[in-house]
Structures are given as structure tokens and as C-alpha cells.
Design a protein around this ligand. Structure first.
Ligand SMILES: NC(=O)c1ccc[n+]([C@@H]2O[C@H](COP(=O)([O-])OP(=O)(O)OC[C@H]3O[C@@H](n4cnc5c(N)ncnc54)[C@H](O)[C@@H]3O)[C@@H](O)[C@H]2O)c1
Length: 380
């Protein structure tokens, strides 16, 4: 049977523009779905770079203005892979135009922006999803299955870190292409919205809602030259962000993200300790899940390093043969596959805009708490 076309309009050709384009291109080769994504149009402002991107990935056309893209009748999905300052306006316009909307994380620069985006997609009743891709790393999905089956028992602790080291130099400018993450007006926040958002999304997915947080942030370099003005300007982002949390299930947590951990490039780790078992996961070894089960016979009890590559592991039957691992890019392919399946079954893939807004509520609370020094309650 011929597959139905799902015409993609991609905004942004950077890191995520590539990750998403790859996912849309690959998904039909590995997942049996009724819809097939078509790379219909790519949009960005720099026409030279956009043309090169469109040719490389096989986009049929380009647009220099995202408004034109949103107006096009031949586009079904607007995929927002642009910097955080663009999410709000594009998502609302896309929803009003009746498009399916996919958006990169964090959904908004703060929860107030996210709430407007949630209202727009819900009013227009258009399918929507935020790209929290780490949920779809098979080892992380396996962790979710084990927790939901009760294998860990009552959960006492959740621990997550996301460590990088790329902004330590005081000579690094802020703002403009490639460095928008250092400009608070574009990014919304620093590592809290950029890195901790991933940790919080995974944590609430695995361990449920967060009741309260207390945070601590630091901006180590106070002024940086701004690429767009050429002047030294104050740095408004948090370079490092740590917080303690209490989850609704009574477990205690600590989270840390920084771009000042010399030697670490993208070390996202998480650990969960339950009454009966514990799990650990590490992005640098993403196809493994470490598992300790206290119910094992004492003499051979120990941490198991599960190579999550067998046919009965999440998503893995779709790939090669048992024992052959997959990588980072596959998490995006899985997310597209689940999203399309959600369109076909009517059971939306998570996280929807509304579900992803919960992360922005927590990151806002962490930043507020870091300013006030007080615990912040998370409202439902
Ligand atoms: N899910 C993840 O793991 C993950 C990883 C990296 C980034 N992200 C998120 O993805 C988004 C993009 O990040 P990135 O790393 O790809 O950034 P990037 O700097 O590599 O690319 C940003 C893109 O936005 C485009 N853009 C900016 N303003 C635009 C406008 N007015 N019209 C059209 N295009 C515009 C730029 O042309 C560029 O192609 C951000 O929201 C970021 O937080 C998510």
C-alpha cells in the first residue's frame, strides 16, 4: 500500500536541523508506518548556508522567512529546530495555520512562553511534540520499563548530572550564530534550560512529579564581548546550576549541570536507587544500562552491565542483529517513529507541549530559588 506523505517544513539547519532531517529521512526504512516524511522545505535566514543544507539533505525547496513556510499549503508539519527565542512565535503561527507542530526543547524560554504555546496548539487541536530525545535511547527506555514493572521497588534517590566544558575561556564571545546559548535574551537561561531541562524531563518521566526545589547557580564569567554589538556586555546566563529536589513519591534528588567541568564534553549521567534495585546510565556509554538487583543470590550479586542491543530490548528489533549497538542519532529516529505512530493511532506520543511545559515550570523554579535562596514549591 502506498504510504501517505507527511510534508516537513524545517526551521533551522544547525545541529538539530541535521539531527531531525536525518531522523525524517531514515524512519521509513526501519519502521513500518503508514506515513512517510518528505523533506519538503527548509527555512533559515542565511540563503547560502541554507541552500547547501537543503542540497545535502535532499530538501525539495527553501524559504528565507518562516512566515512563508507556515503559510504554505503543501506543508503538513512545522518542525522548529531554531534557537529558543524563535520557538514561541513560530509555534503559535504554525498552530493557527493548522499545522502539526514539533518543537525543540526547551519549549519556551520560560514557563510563561510555554503556556502560550500549549494554549495555541490545544486551541487549534493540532498534534504536537517536544524533542526530548533522551527518553528514546533504548537503555533509558528500558530503565522506564523496569521502574514501571516495580523492579526497583520504592525509590529513595534520583541523581543526574549534565557536564560540559566548552565555555571556560573568558575570550569566548556571546551571541550570534553558534553562540546564542550564551545570550540570555535568546536562550532564556544558561545550563538550566539547556542541559538541566533534559535531566528534568527524563527524571519526571522515570520518577514522577517534583514537589519542591532549592537551587544554586553561578555565572563565572561576568562579561563577554557580544558578537552582534562588538561590545563587552554583561552575561545573563547561568554557567552552572545545581539543585536539590523532593519528588512526589518521597524520593530525594540532586541535579547538576555546568559548562565548566574541564574534561567533560556531554556527560549526561543518571542514577536511581530503589529498595530492591538500582540503575545507572551514562550518555558516553549510551547503549548500556547498569543494573544492580539485591534479590540476586548473594555470592554472585553485583552490578550488571546490560548491553541493550537484543531483540527484546526497546526499539532494537527494528535495527540490526542482536549485539550490534546503535547511537545518539537513533533516539531522534525513534521519536519520529513514535510521533507518526501517535498520529496513526490517535494516542499522542509524549512529551506533548503540555507535558514538556512541566519541565519549564521546574527550571523557572530552580532559577527563582537560586535568586531568593528559598525552597520553591512546584505548582501542578
Ligand atoms: N534535543 C537535544 O538534544 C538538543 C540538542 C541541541 C539543541 N537543542 C535545541 O534545538 C534548538 C536549536 O539548537 P541547535 O543546537 O540546532 O542550534 P544551532 O545554532 O546549531 O542552529 C540554530 C538554527 O536556528 C536558525 N534560526 C535562528 N533564527 C532563525 C530565524 N529567524 N528564522 C529561521 N531560522 C532561524 C539558524 O539559522 C540555525 O540554523 C534549540 O532550541 C536547542 O535548545 C536540542
Amino acid at each position: 500500500m502506498a504510504k501517505k506523505k507527511l510534508n516537513i517544513g524545517m526551521v533551522g539547519y544547525g545541529f538539530m536541523g541535521r539531527a531531525h532531517s536525518n531522523a525524517f529521512s531514515q524512519v521509513s526504512n526501519f519502521f513500518q508506518l503508514q506515513h512517510e516524511p518528505v523533506l519538503k522545505a527548509a527555512c533559515a535566514r542565511d540563503q547560502g548556508k541554507l541552500k547547501a543544507f537543503a542540497d545535502q539533505w535532499g530538501y525539495e525547496s527553501t524559504e528565507s522567512d518562516w512566515r512563508k513556510l507556515v503559510e504554505r499549503k503543501d506543508i503538513d508539519v512545522i518542525d522548529i529546530a531554531a534557537s529558543n527565542d524563535m520557538h514561541l512565535e513560530i509555534a503559535i503561527a504554525a498552530a493557527e495555520a493548522g499545522k502539526i507542530v514539533m518543537c525543540e526543547k526547551p519549549l519556551g524560554r520560560n514557563a510563561a512562553e510555554s503556556a502560550k504555546m500549549v494554549a495555541a496548539v490545544e486551541k487549534a487541536k493540532v498534534p504536537n511534540m517536544v524533542w526530548y530525545n533522551y527518553r528514546r535511547v533504548p537503555a533509558v527506555t528500558l530503565a522506564k520499563q523496569l521502574i514501571d514493572e516495580g523492579k526497583l521497588g520504592k525509590i529513595f534517590h534520583y541523581r543526574a548530572k549534565f557536564l560540559q566544558d566548552w565555555t571556560i575561556s573568558a575570550d569566548l564571545p556571546q551571541g550570534g550564530q553558534g553562540l546564542w546559548r550564551l545570550d540570555v535574551n535568546v536562550a532564556g537561561s544558561g545550563v538550566t534550560g539547556d542541559l538541566l531541562a533534559h535531566c528534568i524531563d527524563t527524571a519526571m518521566w522515570l520518577n514522577g512529579g517534583i514537589d519542591k526545589v532549592i537551587g544554586l547557580t553561578e555565572t563565572f564569567i561576568k562579561e563577554r564581548e557580544h558578537n552582534l554589538t562588538g561590545k563587552k556586555e554583561p552575561v545573563g546566563i547561568d554557567d552552572a546550576s545545581l539543585f536539590l529536589a523532593r519528588f512526589s513519591n518521597g524520593s530525594l534528588a540532586n541535579f547538576e549541570a555546568t559548562r565548566y567541568a574541564r574534561g567533560h564534553k556531554a556527560l549526561y549521567t543518571l542514577e536511581i536507587n530503589g529498595e530492591k534495585a538500582s540503575i545507572m546510565w551514562d550518555l558516553h556509554d549510551l547503549h548500556r544500562l547498569q543494573y544492580f538487583d539485591h534479590r540476586d543470590e548473594g555470592r554472585t550479586r553485583g552490578w550488571r552491565s546490560i548491553h541493550v542491543t537484543d531483540g527484546d530490548h526497546p526499539y532494537m528489533a527494528k535495527w540490526w542483529v542482536p549485539g550490534l549497538q546503535i547511537g545518539y542519532e537513533h533516539s531522534f529516529i525513534h521519536q519520529v517513529a513514535d510521533f507518526i505512530e501517535g498520529l496513526e493511532t490517535g494516542k499522542p506520543a509524549a512529551p506533548t507541549f503540555r507535558e514538556a511545559m512541566a519541565t519549564d515550570v521546574v527550571t523557572d523554579a530552580v532559577l527563582k530559588s537560586a535568586r531568593t535562596g528559598q525552597w520553591e514549591n512546584i505548582s501542578a
